[in-house]
Design a protein around this ligand. Structure first.
Ligand SMILES: [Zn+2]
Length: 86
């Protein structure tokens, strides 16, 4: 059996791919778990921990709230600049 040339089952070809970055630098080609964005090797089995409870949390500058606040400030500043030139 040639594993490279055998066509994959339709269920697999339609499956969303994991896409996690591998050590080789390419993206993982494994099918993601149902309802998840990653395969079981790349965190598909784990439940995400958000905010300060996450081990990678540092200062909160990259939380969704902080990013949204920066976007809003940027949008308001742009609006003020545009209004000043009219
Ligand atoms: Zn993966």
């Amino acid at each position: 059996m040639n594993r490279l040339t055998d066509p994959l089952p339709k269920l697999l070809t339609n499956a969303k791919l994991c896409g996690a970055k591998t050590r080789a630098g390419s993206s993982c080609r494994c099918p993601a778990l149902r309802g998840k964005s990653r395969c079981r090797r790349h965190g598909g089995l784990s439940i995400p921990v958000w905010g300060a409870a996450n081990g990678a949390y540092r200062h909160g500058g990259m939380t969704n709230e902080a990013i949204e606040l920066r976007r809003e400030v940027s949008r308001l500043l742009k609006q003020i600049r545009n209004d000043a030139h009219v």
